[in-house]
Structures are given as C-alpha cells and as structure tokens.
Write a protein that binds this ligand. Structure first.
Ligand SMILES: [Zn+2]
Length: 210
C-alpha cells in the first residue's frame, strides 16, 4: 500500500496544533489520485507522532488506488520527529557555534555520549542545508543569491519560523522536495556519512524540443 504525505495548511505552532487537536479539523475533499472523483476516498483515522507529545496526523484512504494520504501540518517536520521550529533552532545553533562539537554539547546536554549527540546535530544540519540548496532557486524573488544557511534564510525572510514559512512558499513543489521540508525521502543516508548518491544541484536542463 502506497502512502503519500500532503500539506495540511495551518499557521499553528506545534503546541497550538496539539492543544487544539487540529488534526481533527483536517479535510481532504478530493482524492489526489482521482481528482475527477469517483473513488471511495474515506477518512482513515489518525496516527501518532512521538514528538511533539500528543500530536496526531490525520489520514485518508483511497481503496481503488490502495493509497493512504497523511495530512502533515506545516508545523511538523516530514520523516523526522519533532517540529520544523525545533529543527530550525538546532540548525541555527549549530551554524552559530564555534564547532559542531560545542553545538552538540550545548544542544544535547541530556545525551549520553558526544558521538551520538554529534551525529544527531550533524544529521539535522545536513538535512536542512540539503533542502535549502534546492529551495533557493525556486523562489528567486525571495531568496536570490542567499546562502543555503538557516541563519541567512531567516534574515532574508525576516522570520524566526523560516522553515514553516518555506512550506507555504514552495507548497506546489513539496511532493518533489526532500524531507524534512518536502515529502520526498531525502536520500542522504544515515548519520554523518557521505551521501550514497547526489542529486544535481544546478538548474534543470533545458527542455527537449518536441
Ligand atoms: Zn482515489
């Protein structure tokens, strides 16, 4: 059974989303696989996210195409625990720190060992920078010439909820953009190792004349 994530447009923070139990208000009027209608699309409960505690994600099911659709609210990271705001704060702290080690120490004071904390921070920085590189060219009116750094993007957007705002700014491309902002797997592998493959970072090749 295929599972697709869709955007649930909401300005709620993670806390507000949980306290309002806003997944219950999520709507999916049209099946993405059958935009003309005709299938038996139905509500399919919700599933729990471990962080933030109490958060759930509304889900629909199309039996004809054997596909579930999850409506991920703008406050939550895709394919990674937690909120985009928390993720953004980690990346900003890492960018501002003297070293990744000092950032890991400060951010994960609870962590048992530094290597684990380092992997945790490094992974988040890589995931976010990976998606920023792709997004900057998509919204040149907002980010032309901007460095693919969380701090720089924040300054450009004049927002300390920049990742959440970017969800909305690139809403049309979320299906093809990598997690944790977009809904595609990021393809970077785990931990601090080298990516198993690399997407081209430049602009799309010119279209083939037909
Ligand atoms: Zn359908």
């Amino acid at each position: 059974m295929a599972g697709l994530q869709l955007r649930y447009e909401t300005g709620l923070t993670g806390e507000q989303y949980v306290s309002a139990r806003a997944w219950r208000a999520a709507r999916l009027d049209r099946c993405p696989n059958h935009p003309g209608g005709g299938c038996s699309l139905c509500r399919h409960g919700s599933y729990e996210r471990k962080t933030p505690a109490g958060a759930r994600v509304a889900r629909w099911y199309c039996p004809e195409s054997h596909t579930t659709f999850s409506l991920l609210p703008d406050c939550l990271a895709a394919r990674l625990p937690g909120t985009l705001a928390d993720l953004e704060a980690v990346v900003v702290a890492a960018e501002d720190a003297r070293s990744l080690e000092s950032a890991a120490n400060a951010l994960r004071a609870d962590a048992v060992e530094l290597p684990g904390a380092l992997r945790w921070v490094r992974r988040r920085v890589r995931l976010v920078h990976n998606v920023l590189v792709r997004i900057i060219g998509l919204i040149p009116d907002r980010l032309a010439g901007c460095a693919a750094m969380m701090g720089a993007v924040r300054a450009r957007l004049a927002s300390d909820r920049a990742l959440m705002e970017l969800r909305g700014l690139v809403a049309g491309q979320l299906r093809t953009l990598p997690a944790p902002l977009g809904f595609q797997p990021h393809g970077l592998g785990a931990g601090g190792r080298k990516p198993s493959f690399q997407h081209p970072v430049g602009p799309d090749p010119p279209p083939v004349a037909s």
